[in-house]
Design a protein around this ligand. Sequence first.
Ligand code: NDP
Length: 266
Amino acid sequence: MKLFAIFGNPVAHSISPLMHNGAFTTLGIDACYTRWLLEEGERLKATFFKLGLEGANVTVPHKEAAFRAADKVEGIARQIGAVNTLVRRDGRLIGHNTDAPGFYRALSSRGTFDSALVIGAGGTAKALATVLRSEGVDVTVLNRSEGRLAWFEANGFTTATWETFAPQEWPLIVNTTSAGLKDAALPAPGELLAPLLARAQLAFDVIYGRSTPYLELAKAHGVPTQDGLDMLLWQGVLAFEIFTDHRFGQNAIEAAMRLAVTQSRQ
Ligand code: NDP
C-alpha cells in the first residue's frame, strides 16, 4: 500500500485526507492518505522519507520550506517560491504548486476577468496573483501593511497599502487574507471595500466552510460570491493527478473527491 500525507501546523482541521482517501477508494487504488503535524519546516524532507511516503501535500506554514526541500521544482511553483505538493520520483523529491492552478480552475467556472484586486500579500496571494497574471489578468495587490508587498513590487505587480490605495473598478476582487476565518474582521476597512464591491462582478474568498464578513458585504451589494471550497477541491484534484502519474481523468477525480466531501457533511 502506498502512503501519502499532508504536513502542516496545525493540520487536524485539514479535509485533504477525506478528499484523497475518498478518491483512492472510488478509483480502486491501494493507498492511504494521513495527516502529519510538522513543527519544524526544515524537518520536512527527512520526515517525508522516514515515513516512506510516495507523495504529500504541504499547508501553512511550510509551503516555502517545501520549496527549499524539493530536489526539483516544476511549473508555476518556481515563480511563486512555494510548494504545496511533493512527490517522490526515483528517490528524489519533486515539488509542484497546485493552489495556483486549482484557484484558476475554480474561478474559470465563473467566467473570465481582465483585471483583479487581490487583497492580502501572503503565500496564497503570491500563488493567486501569479496565476492570474499568467492568464492575462491585470493584478493589483492591496495589503494592510507594507512589508510583504516588497515581493509583489519586485515581481512587477501594482501594489498599495490601505493608506496609499487609489480606488478604481475591478470586476474580480479576491480575499486571500485570513480575516474572517475565526473572527468578524473584514480584510480591509468597510468604507474602502464597499464601493469597490458595489462595482465588482465577483467577490471570491479563499476561506471555505463559512460565509465570511467579506462575502456578506458583497452579498449586501448584490454581488455574486464564491468561497474557497472549489479551490481546495481543485488543488486536491491536481495534486492527485500528480500522485497517480496522470492515470485518471480530472473529472473522475473531482467527482470522487466532491462525493467524499458531500457525504461527510450529511
Ligand atoms: P499568510 O499568513 O501567508 O498571509 C496572511 C495575509 O493576510 C497577510 O498579507 C496579512 O497582512 C493579511 N491579514 C491577516 N489578517 C488580516 C486582517 N485581520 N486584516 C487584514 N489583513 C490581514 O496566509 P496564507 O496566504 O498562507 O493564507 C491565507 C488564507 O488562505 C488562510 O485563511 C488559509 O486558510 C486560506 N487558504 C485557502 C486555500 C484553499 O484551498 N481554499 C489554500 C490556501 C490557503 P499583513 O502582511 O499586514 O500581516
